[in-house]
Write a protein that binds this ligand. Structure first.
Ligand SMILES: Nc1ncnc2[nH]cnc12
Ligand SMILES: [Zn+2]
Length: 349
């Protein structure tokens, strides 16, 4: 595809501005991972929930993770302050305002119902609170927001089926299902039957795979679960045949560089493989995963990763295009956004 702009005319000192202002979609963020410590404390007080930290500062200083599980333990504890529909609305609304400020035009937000239903919060409370924020985001912020229900892979297949049953009355309020939580030891195959059922229901399918787990998990997410996107997928680089498959089938990878850094998947951002994935022709995208825990929203992921790796304006253009191409929005909406990306780059002088 010919470029709609001259990448040599965009100097390195303008890259942060280009990255911040370019239109983009966010395809991998967990709404519970957008709960800032200040909001955790405010909701704890509002709901009379006690949390084992004396202050916002003490909570924030606990955010020193060594791997995925060390993060998940704190992430699930933080989510325990969410009880009412208004809590879910407030959390999502805070994120959507941040997304709008980052020039996100489309976001597909994960939510983890089992984290809440296991504490006695109803599916209706969770979904309706989040959905109301999505409706307001479209009207008031111009952000197109959709929901993807994630099954927790450390729980059983039976629990996933129960969760699907509870969600079906709200089928029109979410566009797909995903698979998250502790990856190693919980391969995609464990959820083959529930994903097959979701496929029959016409839901979009995604799964976390190859975050910490092996390329074999990416293969089984594709071939057993039949997912349309891979969340993370950075370990795919270890398997040349898998890289070819992902490129040939244009399977988007929703990469989260600051998450990978904070969970020690890469020792530093300069060694992140985003550039290699793009140069191999994969439909890689940049996303924030759990922005309140990993040090930044989507624009921070772009600016820090580009500063550390020296990626180019052409990579930025490809990433912006990939984000819309990889989204589950209508073909018409995607075409409009892709034209906006090209116009942004053509006009950036
Ligand atoms: N990075 C991540 N991997 C797996 N499950 C998650 N849940 C929230 N963030 C996650
Ligand atoms: Zn994730």
């Amino acid at each position: 595809m010919s470029l709609p702009f001259n990448p040599a005319a965009i100097f390195a000192d303008r890259m942060p501005e280009l990255l911040r202002t370019m239109p983009k979609a966010e395809l991998h963020m967990h709404i519970e991972g957008s709960l800032e410590p200040e909001l955790i404390f405010a909701l704890a007080q509002r709901n009379g929930v006690s949390i084992p930290y004396a202050s916002v500062e003490e909570l924030r200083s606990a955010y020193a993770f060594t791997n995925l599980q060390s993060f998940l333990d704190i992430y699930y504890a933080g989510a325990s302050v969410l009880l009412t529909e208004q809590d879910f609305y407030d959390m999502a609304w805070a994120y959507l305002q941040r997304a709008a400020a980052d020039h996100v035009l489309r976001t597909e937000m994960f939510f983890d119902p089992q984290t809440h239903t296991e504490r006695g919060v109803s599916m209706q409370t969770v979904v309706q609170g989040l959905h109301r924020a999505c409706v307001d985001a479209k009207a008031q912020l111009g952000v197109d927001a959709a929901l993807i229900l994630c099954f927790l892979r450390h729980l059983s297949e039976e629990s996933a089926f129960e969760t699907l049953e509870q969600a079906l009355p709200f089928r029109d309020l979410f566009i797909g299902v995903g698979l998250d939580s502790s990856e190693v030891g919980h391969p995609p195959e464990k959820f083959a039957r529930v994903f097959a059922r979701c496929r029959e229901l016409g839901l979009h399918l995604v799964a976390h795979a190859g975050e910490e787990g092996p390329p074999a998990y990416v293969w089984s997410a594709l071939d057993v679960l039949k997912v349309e996107r891979i969340d993370h997928g950075v370990q795919s680089i270890k398997d040349a045949a898998l890289m070819k498959r992902l490129a040939a089938d244009r399977i988007p990878l929703t990469v989260c560089p600051l998450s990978n850094l904070k969970l020690c998947v890469f020792p530093d951002l300069a060694q992140h493989n985003l550039g290699q994935l793009l140069d191999a022709g994969l439909v890689a995208t940049v996303n924030s995963d759990d922005p309140a825990y990993f040090g930044g929203y989507v624009n921070e992921n772009f600016t820090q990763t580009f500063a550390a790796t020296g990626l180019s304006a052409q990579h930025a253009w490809q990433l912006a295009r990939n984000s819309f191409e990889g989204s589950f929005a209508s073909a018409d909406a995607r075409r409009v956004w892709l034209d906006k990306v090209d116009a942004h780059f053509a006009g950036f002088v």
